[in-house]
Design a protein around this ligand. Structure first.
Ligand code: ADP
Ligand code: MG
Length: 683
C-alpha cells in the first residue's frame, strides 16, 4: 500500500519522468505525485457519443469510430513542415485525416485497424478532413477523455499518462476529508471515487458527481478556513481604547471630511471604543473617495490612546506616498511616523525594526516587510491594510498576529459581487464611502485609434503648458517579459526625443530598482516631471492631484476594473481631468468595453459590466480578491457557494470544533489551502 511519503514523493518516481520532464511538470506547479492527482483536467473530450461519418457537420468537434483504409503518407510542405495523410471509413462513408509535424504517426496507425478519432471537421479543397485529431484504438475503451492545461514540450496526453500512473498509487481506501455522515446527508460521493472520475470519468453522471463533490469540498474548506481566521481574531481584544480623538484630528486636515467619510470614521470609533472584541471592518469606497483620511483619523485616535498603528500597502510607491502624507500631516505633533519596506538598506531596516519594537514609532507604514518574522511591535493596536484585494487573507492574519488581538481596518476599492463577498468579507463589518469629495468633476473619457495618438499628445502638451501633469500607461504585466520592458523604455525614449523634447518626461516600471522608482515618483509628485510614462505599477492608489490626463496605450489589454483603477489616478483635484484610451482593436467586445468606460465613472457599474462581458472566470482570474487559488471551484457558482455554506454550518454544528478527530483530514486541507502545505489524505 502506498504510504503518505510515497504520495508526496517527486513526480520523478513515476516511470517515464526524468529530471528534464519533471522540470516541465514543475512549470505547471506539479512537483509531487499528490500534485498530479489534484491537477484536474481543464476540459474533456466526449468520446462516448460516436458520430457516423456521413452525419459529420463542418466546424463541429466529433468522435468517429473508423477503420484505417490507406497507409499514412507523409510529404514535406512549405516551411519544412511535414504533412501526413490517411483515409478512414466506417459503414456510412470515408473521410481524410491529416496530421502536421508528427513524423511518428505512420508507426502509430495500422491499416485495417479500428480507432476512435476525435477532432474538428473542416473542409479543404480536397474534401472533408479532420486535422490532427486525438485517437485511440477502439479496444482502449475510452469514453470521456481528460484534457489538461499543457505547456511547451508537455502535451496533455503525457500529463494524462502520468496522472493515470499516479492514480494507481492511491490506496484502496483513501482517508476522506468529509466524514461519512456529511457525505450521506448532502449526497456527495467518496473522495477516491471523485478523484478517479474527475480524471477518467466512467460516465457523464460519474463526472458530474465527482465535480460536485470536489467543488463542494474546496468551497467548504475555504468557508471553514475563513471562519477560522475570524474566530482566531475574535477573542478578547488586548487593546483598550477609551477616548475618541477623531474630532481633534480634523484640524490637521486641509479639507473637511465628507459625510460618508465621517460615517466611516464613526463606525470605526464605535467598534474600537465600545466593545471588548476587536474591530474587523472593511471600508469600501470607489477610487478617490478618500479612504486614506478615514484610516489616518482612526490611527490618530489609537495612537493618542497609547498604542501603535500599522498601515500595510501593496507597493513601495504607495507606502512611500502614504509616509510622505502622514509625515506632513503630523509634522508638529508628538506622533512619530516611520516607514519599513523591503527596499531599505539592511542597516536601516534593523534600526526601524528596533524603533518599532521599542515603541519609539507610533504610526508605521510599510509593505510586506511589516509581516516578516523579524518585525515585532511594542503594542500594536490597529492593523490597516490598504488595497485589500492585493493581499491574501493569510497576510492579513499575519499582520494581526503582531499584536494582542488588535483592531483591523481593511480598505478596498474593488467592488465584489454579493455571493463572493459572503465568503471574502464574511468575517468583516462593512462601511461604504458612497460619496466623492466636493468639487470633483467626473473624468472625461475618450477612445482613440492609434492614428489619433498625435492628437492625444497635443492635448497632453496643452495641459502641461497649463501647469498640469500627465500619465501615459503602457501595458506590461509586472512579472512580464523583458521584451515588454524594452518596449516601454523604447516608448519613453521616443517620446523624449521626438514628441516632448522640451518637456520633462519620466519612466517608471516594475523592473526598476525600488530606489530608482521612488526617485522618479518623487520627481513626479513634486512636479519636476510633467509626463510620466508608466506601467501598471501606478495602478493602485497613487495620488498626484495635479495630474489631469491619463493616456492608456493598448487599452484593450486591460480589464475594465483595472482601467477604472488607472483612470482613478486623475480627477483627484478640482481641475477637469481626462482619460484617453488608445486601441486599434476593432472587434465588438473591445468596442463595448471601451464604450462602458467612456459612458460611466461608477466603479460598481463597471465591475458589473466587467463580470457580465468577460464572465466570472476572467474577472476572478486576476485574483483581485485575495482569496487562495481554487483548483476547481468557480466563485461565480452561487449554488455551490450556498451549498458549501450549509455544509460548513452543519459540520460546525455536528462536530462542534474543527479539532474533532473526525475532521482531521478536512482540517489539514484547510491548513493546506491557507498555508500551501501538502495534501494529507494518506496518513
Ligand atoms: P482613495 O479612496 O482612492 O484611497 P485617497 O484617500 O487617496 O483616495 O484620496 C484621494 C484624494 O482626495 C487625495 O488627494 C485626498 O487628499 C483628497 N481628499 C480626501 N478626502 C477629501 C475631502 N473630504 N475633501 C477634499 N479632498 C479630499
Ligand atoms: Mg487609496
Amino acid at each position: 500500500m502506498a504510504s503518505s511519503s510515497l504520495f508526496n514523493k517527486s513526480v520523478t518516481s513515476l516511470s517515464g519522468i526524468g529530471a528534464k520532464r519533471a522540470e516541465l511538470f514543475n512549470k505547471l506547479g506539479i512537483k509531487s505525485i499528490a500534485d498530479l492527482v489534484y491537477f484536474y483536467p481543464r476540459t474533456y473530450e466526449d468520446w462516448s457519443v460516436v458520430t457516423k461519418i456521413e452525419n459529420l457537420e463542418f466546424g463541429e468537434n466529433a468522435c468517429i469510430k473508423a477503420v484505417l483504409a490507406t497507409p499514412v503518407e507523409s510529404i514535406c510542405i512549405s516551411g519544412g513542415r511535414i504533412l501526413s495523410k490517411t483515409t478512414v471509413y466506417d459503414d456510412t462513408s470515408t473521410i481524410n485525416i491529416v496530421f502536421f509535424n508528427n513524423r511518428y504517426i505512420g508507426n502509430m496507425l495500422s491499416v485495417g485497424k479500428e480507432y476512435y478519432f476525435y477532432g474538428r471537421v473542416t473542409y479543404e479543397n480536397y474534401g472533408a478532413v479532420i486535422i490532427s485529431p486525438t485517437f485511440a484504438p477502439v479496444e482502449s475503451g475510452v469514453k470521456i477523455r481528460p484534457i489538461y492545461r499543457q505547456t511547451a514540450g508537455l502535451p496533455s496526453k503525457s500529463i494524462e499518462k502520468a496522472v493515470e500512473n499516479a492514480l494507481k498509487l492511491l490506496p484502496d481506501v483513501v482517508k476522506d476529508s468529509f466524514p461519512e455522515q456529511v457525505r450521506r446527508t448532502f449526497g456527495l460521493c467518496g473522495l477516491k471515487e471523485a478523484l478517479l472520475n474527475i480524471h477518467f470519468p466512467s460516465s457523464h453522471e460519474m463526472l458530474e458527481a465527482a465535480k460536485k463533490r470536489l467543488v463542494t469540498e474546496e468551497l467548504v474548506v475555504l468557508n471553514l478556513g475563513m471562519r477560522n481566521l475570524k474566530n482566531n481574531n475574535r477573542g478578547e481584544c488586548g487593546v483598550k481604547i477609551t477616548t475618541d480623538y477623531s474630532e481633534d484630528f480634523e484640524k490637521f486636515l486641509p479639507f473637511k471630511l465628507t459625510n460618508a467619510q465621517k460615517r466611516a470614521v464613526s463606525d470605526c470609533i464605535n467598534d474600537i471604543t465600545q466593545s471588548n472584541a476587536p474591530m474587523n471592518r472593511l471600508v469600501q469606497g470607489d477610487v478617490g473617495s478618500g479612504k486614506t483620511a478615514v484610516a489616518v483619523s482612526v490611527s490618530y485616535t489609537v495612537v493618542k490612546n497609547g498604542f501603535q498603528a500599522a498601515f500595510m500597502a501593496p507597493t513601495e510607491i504607495l507606502a512611500r506616498q502614504h509616509y510622505d502624507t502622514f509625515c506632513k500631516l503630523f509634522e508638529n505633533t508628538h506622533i512619530n511616523v516611520g516607514i519599513l519596506t523591503g527596499a531599505l538598506k539592511e542597516s536601516e531596516k534593523k534600526k526601524i525594526r528596533q524603533q518599532i519594537a521599542d515603541g519609539e514609532l507610533d504610526l508605521i507604514i510599510g509593505t510586506h516587510a511589516l509581516i516578516t518574522d523579524k518585525t515585532d511591535f511594542k503594542n500594536l493596536g490597529l492593523a490597516i491594510t490598504d488595497e485589500q484585494h492585493r493581499f491574501g487573507v493569510a497576510q492579513r492574519a499575519r499582520l494581526l498576529s503582531k499584536g494582542d488581538n488588535p483592531h483591523l481596518l481593511v480598505m478596498s476599492a474593488t467592488p465584489i459581487p454579493r455571493t463572493l463577498g459572503l465568503i471574502i468579507f464574511g468575517d468583516l463589518d462593512i462601511s461604504i464611502i458612497d460619496e466623492l469629495p466636493p468639487s470633483r468633476k467626473p473624468v472625461k473619457t475618450v477612445r482613440f485609434f492609434s492614428n489619433q495618438r498625435s492628437r492625444g499628445y497635443k492635448f497632453i502638451r496643452s495641459e502641461v503648458e497649463a501647469g498640469r501633469q500627465a500619465y501615459i500607461v503602457c501595458p506590461l504585466v509586472e512579472d512580464g517579459e523583458l521584451e515588454d520592458v524594452v518596449s516601454v523604455e523604447h516608448y519613453a525614449q521616443e517620446l523624449m526625443a521626438n514628441v516632448f523634447p522640451d518637456i520633462p518626461v519620466g519612466l517608471v516600471h516594475g523592473h526598476m530598482k525600488a530606489d530608482e522608482k521612488e526617485e522618479v515618483m518623487h520627481r513626479f509628485v513634486t512636479g519636476e516631471i510633467s509626463v510620466l510614462v508608466a506601467t501598471t505599477v501606478i495602478e493602485v492608489g497613487v495620488d498626484v492631484p495635479n495630474a489631469s490626463v491619463i493616456m492608456i496605450e493598448n487599452a484593450e489589454r486591460f480589464g475594465l476594473s483595472q482601467l477604472h483603477q488607472l483612470r482613478g489616478r486623475v480627477g483627484r483635484g478640482s481641475e477637469q481631468s481626462y482619460c484617453i484610451l488608445v486601441s486599434d482593436k476593432d472587434n465588438q467586445m473591445t468596442k463595448e468595453r471601451l464604450d462602458v468606460m467612456c459612458s460611466t465613472n461608477d466603479g460598481f457599474k463597471i465591475a458589473d459590466e466587467d463580470l457580465r462581458m468577460r464572465g466570472p472566470g476572467d474577472f476572478f482570474g486576476e485574483r483581485q480578491h485575495g482569496l487562495p487559488q481554487m483548483a476547481i471551484a468557480d466563485f461565480a457558482d452561487t449554488k455551490s457557494i450556498e451549498l458549501s455554506q450549509k455544509i460548513a454550518d452543519y459540520i460546525l454544528f455536528a462536530y462542534k470544533d474543527l479539532r474533532n478527530d473526525e475532521l482531521r483530514i478536512l482540517n489539514s486541507e484547510i491548513n493546506r489551502l491557507f498555508d500551501n502545505g501538502g495534501h494529507n489524505i494518506m496518513n
